[in-house]
Design a protein. Sequence first.
Length: 91
Amino acid sequence: MLYMVEMNVNIPNDMPVEVANEIKATEKAYSQELQRSGKWAHIWRVVGEYKNVSIFDVESNEELHTLLSGLPLFPYMDIKVTALCRHPSAI
């Protein structure tokens, strides 16, 4: 199942820089592991925002929820999920 996931990150201004950097480093490692596995098929940065648009290729809603809630930045994200299916005009 394919999903488009928009992730808008909102790290609190009062979070110590060292803590934020540690969370971001852990996030990067986790996301790259998911990318290598093929579960996180694509990721694009949204210009001018601390936001990304990603495509996930997973088996179920539950699997996507588990992967997203496992993101270290999850508590600081606003996430929008859109289920995708093949367009009839696609070649």
